[in-house]
Design a protein. Sequence first.
Length: 811
Amino acid sequence: MHVLKFGGTSLGSAAAMKNVKEIVQKYLVKQRLIIVASAMGGTTDLLIEAGRKAAEQNEQYKEILKKIEVLHLETIKELFPIQDQRHILSFTKSLCNELEDLVNGIFMLNELSTRTLDRLMSFGELMSSRILAALFALDSKHSIWKDARAFIKTNDQYGNAAIDFTTTNRRLKELLLEDAHLIIIPGFIGSGPDQSTTTLGRGGSDYTAAIVAAGVDADIMEIWTDVSGIMTADPRWVSNAKPIPAISYKEAMELSHFGAKVIYPPTIQPVLNKNIPVWIKNTFSPSDPGTIIHNESSGGNETIKGISSIHDIALLSLEGSGMVGIPGFSKRLFEALAQEKINVILITQSSSEHSICVAVASSSAEKAMLAIDEAFEREIALGIIDPLFIEKELSIVALVGENMKSHPGISGKMFGTFGRNGINVRAIAQGSSERNISAVISTDDVRKAVNVLHEEFFETSFKQINLFIAGVGNVGKRLLAQIKQQHVFLMEHLRVQIHVVGLINSRKMVFTEEGIKGNWEEQLEQGEDAHLDIFVDRIVSRNLRNTVFVDVTAHDEVANTYASFLQKSIAVVACNKIAAASAYANYAHLKFLAREYNTKFLFETNVGAGLPVIGTLNDLLRSGDDILKIEAVLSGTLNYVFNHYDGSRKFSEVVKQAQDEGYTEPDPRLDLSGTDVARKIMILARESGEKIEIDSIENISFLPPSCMKGSVADFYVELEKHETHFRTLYDEAVAKKNKLKFVATYSKGKASVGLQHINEQHDFYHLYGKDNIVRFTTNRYPDQPLVVKGAGAGADVTASGVFADILRSIG
Ligand code: ADP
Ligand code: ASP
Ligand code: MG
């Protein structure tokens, strides 16, 4: 005998039911079968809703009932040839009438008892199983429908009735005597001591199948559902979840207990007792191997079989000195909960015995609080125990695997992963069987937690970065192009996949959780109007794993958002210099946040574009070197100007040409005044450990003060007037065979910027085009300084520096 259970989606439409029939017909020839049917997908929820609405005097219940009726009648019309419809149609209609009478009664009485609710919920399975039975009866005389209430006997705990196994098993043995090859029964329902209808808990058709399988000593029980087996994580959350080929009963129990909805938790026990294998199969892809649940764990190398999670958890903490060393304390606590029939999902007790924490469903938190406060009334009054403390909006995430007991380091890896992703753990429990480790975390973090754990334990080969980019100007555009171009390389060589999840410019913004694919420019154009605060809120609230915020703007309002990311453990990569060059306290605070929340604040491109300047400096310091001096030429604009100015053309003309060729800011004075260079040397000084502000950097400007006044046009006029000044600067340098370079220096706590004469022996002499150069004189490089030199401006190199920071930011 085989027992097959088909779930709600598997019976959710006429097409699905036909599919089921085909699957079953493959077996019919060879086997006797019992088929357990769930309600058509969604029906149980609708029945409950109708009942609640009626009890609340809301007449909308009628529409809901109509919906249920239409679903079933339409399914019949689609499934059966016209000449065969009559009987099952009228039967279903009479069930619908009965259902309507029942709900009208609820409406009139203004009351929905748990007993009536069970009766109400039973209609889903009653209707679907009847339709299925009629479908099989079309071509088989050996198929019959049986009412589960005749043999699944329970107590009267409506909504979650407990099985009377003695009577049930006896009646199931009688069921075997039926002269039928195929027996179809409704799942989920049973009958209580007074014959009233009871139900076995939501999702309980799985349990019906297991009870029946055990009662008839089936060879195998099959659960046909809408996924190809038990997956390594809930596939609705983790796109890379994959089916687990084989799993032990105990592992399956733990996974379902901790929220893997694919099997209803009590299901395993009856089949485990009889050692009946359970096969989870996909109705919509029957040739997929599915998952086999049996006596042993599949061995293999995997230590972790799956990850699951439960939501709507409340954590109850009882604390106080009165608990220390007094035996029977936890007993009283659990008795108080048991008396109220509150299911304890997880327990932790501190080794000092000073506190005990239990996790229960949020819906029972208030009841639990009353029960516990009452049980410990005396101790609370004496002040030796604090009143119960409740935290809500929590979830539990559990790692499950039989083999973890022989593998040290699993919990280290689990909590390390949480730490790196800013996920705060409120309580931890490890089953003494060492078959699971579970952690209570905030519900806001649970999706991220499941994903990062999945990545860590099942996709070691592959990590996803979720990127949000502010600014899509020259650098932003190049960055997006580079990310696209490197896609395959990153997957193959670094096992990294970058999803650009959000983009914002000054006008528009766009979000796509799966990552923006195709033409981002079009998608941004069609996006919502830009609101930076909304953009920031979404990044934080989406709480995706490995999130990186990239700022390729030059706006201070964007720079002001960094703290809100860092304190959520979201990495920040800034091309924008404003934050690193702002007041020291702000810079230091951002660095502190990055350390404190285990994330990265990177801004390599603030100095020398894509050149490894800050990275080199950090490496020197981290490895114990001391910085004695930094000298640098850091302005592409000033290089350009002094490389092109040789007296043959006016200084103002050269500056104009630099501007026309895009080497300067819209107001060239920002570059020529040395302000930008001063910010860069300040950032290097700060990275070297100096508490330095912009005012304390000496700026020996070569621009006559009058050039700094008025508009850009006035500035050019003024430049022309001072041609002799510039000519003199040039001639003096040439006379000594020197070149003019605008040099930034930092040494012994002091920084300065200004024009210098550079002779031919100097590293800075041969510096052309947009090149930047930085010389680090250190303890380890005292005579021959360490030199970093190369293009220090340009969209492509800057974008590649940002790109490198992005990859660095996720470690
Ligand atoms: P049925 O109606 O067939 O009983 P359920 O909806 O009760 O189906 O259970 C199947 C669903 O369980 C899947 O569609 C999936 O969304 C969810 N699920 C949650 N965790 C897991 C998991 N670890 N493996 C497979 N499915 C899971
Ligand atoms: N129909 C019931 C429910 O939705 C039982 C089941 O589908 O297993 O909970
Ligand atoms: Mg189910």
